[in-house]
Design a protein around this ligand. Structure first.
Ligand SMILES: NC(=O)c1ccc[n+]([C@@H]2O[C@H](COP(=O)([O-])OP(=O)(O)OC[C@H]3O[C@@H](n4cnc5c(N)ncnc54)[C@H](O)[C@@H]3O)[C@@H](O)[C@H]2O)c1
Length: 395
């Protein structure tokens, strides 16, 4: 069987997981890793037992010397655009992590490079493969709910996961396009897929009301005597090398920045309302303090209403015409991340590359999610309803 020769760019929290999955994949061969930090590249390569896999320091070097046909880009969001364009220009197929890019204009630049080079790009909306969301989309499209009028959805992020967004690179809007786009572009994608129409206007409210700098005790957890602080950094959500864990200088060990720092401009809670061209109205709520992290979605139609909750792992559909209720079991099909969807998403990507099939989650979904995410952030910052013109979805 021919194997897909794959590279990974960005050997951090997410890239580490992809390297593991590719190494274990029967139809893939990991042929290169690109990581700008030599300490990370070498330490993680040693940890995972990467033998004879060349490690490159830059995307340019990877493209010049690497032997691969497909690449997974797991760089911070603000580096997606240039790296994706470089890989497109080199004729590689790409799995580009979500969000496609922090701004719609960057997404359009990537798309123009995709079209120019006739390559394929899959955007990392793994939730499309999630056992629950996959069925939600199928039911919404089946007509069972009647005419869909409302979608209500939420993400409740676990406490330390939410805290990590206050101390890592995501804490700056310029790096990610804002909290909703950085973390919840998945949810925007699912809502848009269920609505099956372009969003035409949005409103949003959100602010930073808990992680305010006035609570700052010390800039870094390692200098702070408050052992009982529930946000004290213990290595959550960051893949660190031994050197990074033990570095004497704080600049080499920036991960334990106090969550109350004044270096951030993201929110700690937000709501958004989206109006779609077919009349469907959706709302989304973001919360960062969940004991049980979960996503929920409710799709209300004229004949039935669907409730789904990732923590429950089942969907309930109440039909107001028949008076019947049905429950659908949505247990994960494997143990990979995001309810097993990371694994099936990678399978699909590899299969598409090897068999020259179009990707299920292509660049249109990436552009659409960023267009809506940008509008949500603009609406929040300006306190205005933001109209999305039809040409926002063009490139
Ligand atoms: N699909 C999902 O559910 C999901 C989950 C987590 C993260 N992500 C996405 O994955 C991406 C990476 O997130 P992360 O949490 O792994 O970030 P990270 O900071 O942990 O990892 C990024 C890595 O890229 C390296 N890097 C930075 N600049 C580089 C360059 N110019 N060349 C090569 N390497 C460079 C860094 O040293 C770091 O090791 C983001 O876009 C994020 O949104 C997606």
């Amino acid at each position: 069987m021919r194997k897909c020769k794959m590279a990974v760019i960005g050997f951090g929290q997410r890239g580490y997981g992809y390297v593991q999955m590719i190494m274990a994949h029967p139809a893939a061969e990991l042929t290169a890793v690109c990581e700008s930090s030599p300490d990370r590249a070498e330490s993680f390569a040693r940890e995972l037992g990467l033998k004879n896999v060349p490690l490159f320091r830059s995307v340019d070097e990877l493209i010049a010397k690497g032997d691969f046909e497909a690449v997974v880009i797991t760089l911070p969001d603000y580096l997606h655009c240039e790296s994706a364009i470089a890989c497109c220009n080199a004729g590689k197929h790409i799995m580009l992590e979500k969000p496609m890019a922090p701004t719609a204009e960057e997404c359009r630049r990537i798309i123009r490079a995709i079209v120019r080079n006739d390559c394929k790009v899959q955007i990392g909306f793994v939730l499309r493969h999630h056992p629950m969301f996959r069925r939600v989309i199928r039911i919404a499209r089946s007509g069972e709910l009647g005419q869909i009028l409302n979608i209500t959805s939420s993400e409740h992020i676990g406490v330390m996961h939410g805290a990590s967004y206050m101390r890592r690179w995501h804490r700056r809007i310029a790096n990610s396009g804002g909290f909703v786009l950085a973390k919840c572009s998945h949810d925007i994608d699912i809502i848009s897929t269920v609505a099956d129409a372009p969003a035409v206007r949005v409103a949003s409210f959100g602010s930073l009301d808990f992680f305010t700098p006035d609570k700052l005790k010390h800039p870094y957890c390692s200098q702070c005597p408050d052992e009982a602080c529930r946000f004290r950094f213990k290595g959550e959500m960051v893949r660190m090398t031994e050197r990074e864990k033990n570095a004497p200088s704080q600049t080499e060990r920036p991960f334990d920045l106090c969550v109350y720092n004044d270096d951030k401009d993201v929110v700690d809670h937000q709501v958004a309302i989206i109006d779609f061209a077919n009349g469907i109205k959706a709302d989304f709520t973001l919360n960062l303090f969940a004991q049980v992290p979960k996503r929920t979605i409710c799709v209300a139609g004229t004949e039935a209403i669907l409730y789904a909750d990732t923590a429950d792992e089942f969907i309930t559909v109440h039909n107001s015409v028949t008076g019947k209720t049905r429950k659908i079991d949505c247990k994960a099909e494997n143990t990979s991340g995001h309810g097993g969807s990371d694994g099936t998403f990678l399978n699909d990507f590899i299969d598409c590359v090897l068999n020259d099939r179009p990707f299920g989650v292509d660049f249109r979904a990436g552009l659409s999610s960023t267009v809506i995410g940008n509008a949500i952030e603009e609406a929040r910052l300006t306190d205005k309803v933001v109209e999305i013109p039809p040409d926002a979805y063009c490139w």
